[in-house]
Design a binder for this molecule. Structure first.
Ligand SMILES: NC(=O)c1ccc[n+]([C@@H]2O[C@H](COP(=O)([O-])OP(=O)(O)OC[C@H]3O[C@@H](n4cnc5c(N)ncnc54)[C@H](OP(=O)(O)O)[C@@H]3O)[C@@H](O)[C@H]2O)c1
Length: 313
């Protein structure tokens, strides 16, 4: 299991925790054996990397750090587009190394590709960084099968980070078969549906909660989606586990080449979520979940219309 650090700094919304809670969560994760930390230079405009850097001080060797880059933001967090041109890639990496306080980034990946910049150029710059010893592995994020194949021709891609959960299964058609064919690992994000699949969200999501911008949480879709989640809640009660653990266990059941990346911002989450490894799913359980959460079962697109260009197809 990987630890998603984004919400510790916030991205387009309020952050989930204080610096102290975030650092304690990262350290609790490392102590519990979660060694994969996921960050991005644009999470809190550098704040998240500084936080990760503080948390891993003196224990760098325990952590595998995955960094996304490329998203441009104003000081107030407004999205300004992306820059994944080769010189920008190297420039972003130089600053990330400083903020993290490390000599090498383990996995480095463009948060999104830019259709105006050939993928070969973007990943070619990362291949140069690998040759220089500043990056260990090339990753990709939220992109389709064609770009994955093109990138892999330039340099072997170690991992693809993409949304995958019981509620979001679009990758099963084309992207998952492609990464499996090429031997690329899959880092699944949104495993608990940004909180939807935890059973802790009700119809009364506060008006200030930025998730309301996302179609699956909008007041029209949320009640329908919570009905589906109630199936998960019932099954979790029967199995004496939490709804979150069940959602994570389902992703774990999809194959050993898939690492569930779970966003957690407080230490207590770590112990709870790691127990997902103890949840066993029978064929009957999987069939039941398959019927309830078939492709398209969760109402609402993955991203709001104004951000639809950020979603791989
Ligand atoms: N490549 C990409 O395009 C992309 C996009 C988005 C995210 N990501 C990465 O993926 C990571 C995870 O994404 P995400 O945070 O959007 O989705 P997520 O992991 O599906 O959801 C995280 C949410 O679930 C809550 N949660 C976790 N465990 C819980 C539990 N046991 N009980 C109740 N609530 C629980 C968290 O709360 P707390 O925060 O309060 O602990 C947080 O609000 C991010 O941190 C980021 O590193 C990548």
């Amino acid at each position: 299991m990987g630890l998603g650090c984004m919400r510790m700094s916030g991205l387009g919304g309020a952050r989930s925790s204080t610096d102290e809670e975030g650092i304690a969560t990262i350290q609790a994760a490392l102590e519990a054996g979660i060694n994969f930390l996921n960050t991005g230079d644009f999470y809190g405009m550098g704040h998240n990397e500084l936080l990760v850097g503080r948390a891993i001080k003196g224990r760098r060797d325990q952590a595998l750090i995955s960094v996304k880059f490329g998203a441009l933001r104003s000081p107030s967090g407004q999205m300004l587009g992306i820059d994944v041109r080769p010189n920008a890639v190297k420039n972003f990496a130089a600053y990330s190394l400083q903020r993290l306080g490390v000599d090498v980034i383990d996995i480095y990946q463009p948060g999104r590709l830019d259709p105006a910049v050939p993928v070969e150029e973007t990943v070619g710059a990362i291949a140069d960084l690998i040759k220089e010893g500043k990056v260990r592995y090339l990753g990709l994020s939220e992109t389709g099968a064609e770009n994955i194949r093109r990138a892999h021709m330039v340099h072997p891609v170690a991992a693809l980070e993409i949304e995958y959960s019981l509620g979001t299964r679009f990758i099963e058609k084309e992207i998952l078969p492609a990464v499996r064919e090429l031997g690329i690992g899959l880092v699944a994000y949104g495993v608990v549906g940004q909180g939807l699949l935890t059973g802790s969200i009700g119809n009364d999501l506060p008006a200030t909660d930025f998730r309301r911008l996302f179609p699956k949480f909008d007041p029209e879709n949320l009640p329908k989606n919570l009905e589906k989640v109630s199936v998960l809640e019932r099954m979790a009660r029967e199995k004496r586990c939490t709804t979150t653990q069940l959602a994570i266990a389902w992703v774990l059941s999809r194959g050993k080449d898939i690492v569930p990346l779970v966003g957690m911002s407080r230490p207590a989450r770590v112990a709870e979520n790691l127990e997902a490894f103890d949840v066993s799913l029978t064929k009957a359980d999987l069939d039941h979940l398959e019927r309830t959460f078939a492709l398209g079962a969760i109402a609402g697109e993955r991203y709001p219309a104004q951000m639809s260009h950020l979603a791989a197809k």
